[in-house]
Design a binder for this molecule. Structure first.
Ligand code: PMH
Length: 387
């Protein structure tokens, strides 16, 4: 298939059925009262926020979470009406904008509430965040919590809709710190109840937490990485299959036979020893396919592994082919061909990082093609927004 709506032969395929099935698997795994808040920050971990949000909501997710107010407005502008929570810090002067777009914000500072109270807000939902051990965002000091609660009683335009915390080690086998955080959060809930605050949305778990604590009976889990079909860590094995949603493909744009002594790419670092068929793949570090991947990197062509040879360039890289192959042959960089597969985890291992980072750093220069029931249903080519 030659794609009609963009003119390069490199694309990411996002399988919306996989997103749906992963949300459904968690919904079945979780306590009946616990709903999924789909985490679609950073453009849905590089998958595309609007399409993923729609697929997750269709599959039964109840609401969405993002990191930035900008990301929430982006979803609203696309016509998404489900409740949205911004988990990051938003400028207090932007509180009216959050209200205008019916977006809930995260609060953990008394000064934030004072400053926001000076703006034109009539009714804004807030989720109170406690820092139980991540030391990133959240209230951790009882005195400040006390002052904040007093301010909430004064400023009636702000409503505590939710209370939450975030785990630092839910994906590790050693659960001691994980349990400490859970207990600290329970103590804060009791502390709030003693002051007459019993919000209707409590949420603590990320994917790892949701996998390990199906019966925590809080109202929501904030499901990120596993909704995309990836495991939060190698140790953590959910009792159901996760389906990876993201695959990355290209097509050979040039094929030639090189002779012993010929060298490949910048720096001429690779020397051909015997006659070799070499293909050029139109993806490079300008797409986030970074140079480090040349060390152990390989791709799939006609169901066979083909190693990357020579340095990865900005827009292209070269691979050693199993034999003569036609120009236009499909290349899979992440995903399956026949019985072989290159997983997101394989790429993350090569780069000594976590799977989360890979789809986030494959740039908007790579069009995202959305598949549902094996049919293409949408295309998102953010960088060259001419579609
Ligand atoms: N909740 C919060 C507050 C988060 O920051 C994240 C992910 C999630 C839920 C979802 O976690 P999951 O993807 O493991 O399910 N945040 C990040 C982060 O800041 N860096 O990597 C993941």
């Amino acid at each position: 298939m030659v794609h009609q709506s963009f003119y390069r032969d490199t694309w990411a395929e996002i399988d919306l059925n996989a997103i749906r099935d992963n949300v459904t698997a968690f919904t079945e795994h979780l306590h009946d009262e616990t709903k999924v808040m789909a985490v679609v920050k950073a453009n849905a971990y590089g998958h595309g926020a609007i399409e993923v949000a729609k697929a997750a909501l269709e599959a039964g997710a109840d609401r969405l979470a993002v990191a930035l107010l900008d990301e929430a407005i982006h979803l609203r502008n696309a016509g998404i009406t489900a409740p949205i929570l911004v988990m990051g810090w938003v400028r207090p002067q932007d509180a009216p904008l959050a209200e205008k777009h019916d977006v809930a914000l995260t609060i953990f500072q008394k000064d934030w509430l004072r400053e926001a109270s000076l703006t034109e807000v009539n009714q804004l939902n807030l989720h109170l965040k406690f820092d139980t051990g991540m030391s990133r965002l959240g209230l951790r000091d009882e005195e400040e919590a006390q002052e904040l609660v007093a301010l909430f009683k004064k400023y009636k335009q702000f409503h505590i809709e939710g209370v939450y915390t975030h785990f630092a080690t839910a994906d590790e086998l050693d659960s001691s710190f994980f349990q400490i955080q859970q207990e600290r959060f329970r103590q804060w809930l009791i502390w709030l109840a003693d002051r007459g605050i019993e919000p209707k949305c409590c949420h603590v778990s990320n994917s790892a937490g949701a996998t390990r604590l199906p019966n925590d009976s809080y109202q929501f889990v904030r499901l990120g990485i596993s909704m995309y079909g990836l495991k939060p860590s190698a140790e953590l094995n959910p009792p159901f299959d996760l389906k990876p949603a993201f695959s990355l493909h290209s097509r050979l744009v040039h094929v030639k036979e090189l002779l012993p002594g010929d060298t490949i790419s910048y720096g001429a670092t690779y020397t051909v020893e015997e006659k070799e068929w070499i293909g050029t793949v139109p993806i490079g570090y300008g797409d986030g396919w970074i140079r480090r991947l040349a060390r152990e990197g390989r791709v799939l062509i006609n169901g066979e592994f083909a190693p990357i040879v020579g340095r990865i360039c900005m827009d292209q890289c070269m691979v050693r082919l199993p034999g003569k192959v036609d120009v236009g042959t499909k290349v899979t960089l992440i995903g399956k061909q026949g019985s072989r597969e290159i997983t997101m985890d394989n790429i993350a291992e090569q780069l000594e990082t976590i799977n989360y980072e890979i789809p986030c750093t494959l740039t908007a220069r790579i069009p995202r093609v959305y598949m549902k029931d094996k049919e293409e249903v949408a295309v998102n080519h953010q960088e060259l927004n001419f579609l």
